[in-house]
Design a protein around this ligand. Structure first.
Ligand code: NI
Ligand code: MN
Length: 237
């Protein structure tokens, strides 16, 4: 059994009762955050890229909890220089973890740490396929729609896909619905919308669109998770 919890914007935890990973740990300064960075207990930290609304509190949580950051090599090197523990990987690579596996997938997006006076590039943005026990979750990160999403569903039977719908910086509603058709997950969870003005979108419209495409999506169900809500993936029969 795996529990997916939304912590607000694009931050989620995946929990199997023993291990907990946090995806895109942006909590401090996140207008939709349901808790602070000191209120989560995690074993691994998975940032998809260097933008502040994703890398967020990764280094702080890593140092406070001795939890490694797992991600793209360049981003890991940046975090390691700030004292974080890291597990450097790169796109296409998969790794055994104490709870299952992590694989880094492509994402069509930038990755940089942007401060007042500098822009430091962090390699490529990525997504993650995480297996925990019986459950497989694809977390797309920030990305455009890309055709190779079909390859992800060819090699992984996805229980859940978590896809951005906010438009402007990532896929919007229509592209995310098309992505659902390429990925064919049992459940699709929309993310990366509403936290900021430029990405205010109606997730109900996405749910309707996914419903209308049910033949192409192999019957994927849309589940809208408000910040603080959970979705449980139960082990198959
Ligand atoms: Ni981004
Ligand atoms: Mn973002």
């Amino acid at each position: 059994m795996l529990t997916i919890r939304s912590l607000g914007h694009a931050c989620y935890t995946l929990h199997d009762g023993t291990h907990c990973v946090i995806l895109d740990p942006f909590l401090e300064g996140n207008p939709d955050a349901v808790c602070g960075p000191d209120e989560v207990q995690v074993d691994f930290i998975l940032p998809t890229h260097g933008h502040a609304d994703h890398l967020g509190d990764a280094v702080r949580i890593s140092k406070a909890q001795a939890a490694p950051i797992v991600g793209v090599y360049e981003l890991c090197a940046y975090c390691a220089r700030q004292g974080a523990q890291t597990v450097p990987m790169h796109i296409g690579g998969q790794r055994q973890m104490p709870f299952g596996t992590i694989k880094l997938t492509p994402a069509v997006h930038g990755s940089a740490v942007i401060s007042d006076d500098t822009i430091q590039y962090m390699g490529l943005a990525c997504g993650f396929v995480v297996t925990m026990g019986q459950a497989t979750v694809y977390f797309a990160g920030d990305t455009a729609l890309f055709w190779d999403m079909a390859l992800i569903s060819r090699s992984h039977k996805l229980d859940v896909a978590i896809l951005p719908i906010g438009d402007n910086f990532t896929m919007g509603i229509e592209d995310a619905a098309q992505a659902t058709a390429l990925l064919k997950p049992d459940t699709v969870i929309p993310t990366h919308y509403n936290a900021f003005e430029a990405i205010r979108r109606d997730a109900g419209v996405f749910a309707q669109r996914v419903g209308a495409l049910s033949e192409a999506t192999a019957g994927a169900q849309c589940r809208i998770l408000d910040p603080g809500e959970e979705f449980i993936v139960s082990d198959g029969p």
